[in-house]
Design a protein around this ligand. Structure first.
Ligand code: NCD
Length: 308
């Protein structure tokens, strides 16, 4: 089945053929960007960005992707100034965006919100993050970054930090398993990856998943250290956050023990998980990683709109 008109809600049921195609077309888009000549594939198309939660990279890179391809963008970056403030439901807001645009990206604090949006929209809906659950386009750009930096064969990846609430890791783990990459999970016990996700990934792909408590245990073994921020806004009791802050810090001292060629990735924003002293080292790939959001989203939008 072609990707055209699909909704992209999670990575759980994304067929590998679709992911292969998105990766392939992302390379094409990257080449266009590098050459400075990008065809106006999306001229006349409109993207609606419905962001009920803060965002820098996701919203701006979707906007950039659309504009680069000659399309247009409308939307909002918080519910302030929208009729949600008057009590309008998510469904009704989405119905309106659906009639004003050709494709919708939505970010919302509630798990399942993107699925609810897709249920009422006729146009394709992309989940830009539904609470702590999923963030599939981040997972796709994470995979694209790993492919470009390390390839997709014999690569051992550690997902570190807040694996409980970190939606990017929930999307990425399925993609890592899909391509047979090594999966290592590093978190404090209170922020472990949910058991349902671990068992689902094992069942779906027969993946072997190892768990660790500290970065020291994996830094000598892995090719990719994927670091995440503690998702402070998702904690019910903020005193728990205070206890965890600073417990997973990547700095030059830690990286002295790194396996040769190790790269550090982060979906960003970072708070203090990666010391800024790492930025100027060859380990640091998190800013290149963020830049890949544009070609990957260009590819996805073009595929969903049936233009490539
Ligand atoms: C992530 C998110 O929103 O889940 N950010 C992003 O989209 N790059 C990660 C985070 O906020 O920690």
């Amino acid at each position: 089945m072609p990707i055209k008109s699909k909704d992209i809600i999670t990575t759980v049921d994304l067929p590998k053929g679709d992911v292969d195609e998105i990766l392939r077309q992302s390379e094409v888009m990257l080449d266009y960007l590098k050459s400075g000549k990008v065809p106006e594939l999306l001229k006349g198309s409109i993207l609606a960005t419905l962001f009920f939660e803060p965002s820098t990279r996701t919203r701006l890179s979707f906007t950039s992707a659309m504009l680069r391809l000659g399309g247009s963008v409308l939307g909002f970056s918080s519910e302030e100034g929208t009729s949600v403030k008057k009590g309008e439901s998510l469904e009704d807001t989405v119905r309106m965006a659906d009639s004003y645009s050709d494709v919708i990206v939505i970010r919302h604090p509630e798990t399942g919100s993107a699925k609810r949006a897709a249920h009422v929209a006729r146009k394709p809906v992309i989940n830009g993050g539904d609470g702590p659950d999923h963030h599939p386009t981040q997972g796709l750009m994470d995979l694209f970054t790993i492919k470009r930096e390390k390839g997709l064969r014999n690569v051992n990846v550690a997902l570190c930090g807040d694996l409980r609430y970190g939606r990017t890791t929930h999307s990425l783990i399925y993609l890592l398993a899909m391509y047979g990459l090594g999966i290592n999970l590093v978190s404090p016990p209170s922020l472990r990856m949910p058991d349902e996700i671990i068992s689902d990934v094992k069942k779906a792909y027969g993946a072997e998943i190892k768990e660790f408590r500290t970065l020291q245990e994996v830094v000598t073994e892995v090719d990719v250290l994927y670091v995440t921020r503690i998702q402070k806004e998702r904690f019910l009791d903020i005193s728990d956050y205070g206890n965890l802050e600073g417990s997973y810090r990547v700095d030059k001292k830690l990286l002295k023990k790194a396996k040769e060629g190790l790269i550090v990735m982060h979906p960003l924003p970072r708070v203090n998980e990666i010391s800024t002293e790492v930025d100027s080292t060859p380990f640091a790939k998190y800013f290149d990683h963020a830049a890949y959001g544009v070609p990957v989203r260009m590819a996805l939008l073009s595929l969903l709109l049936g233009k490539i």
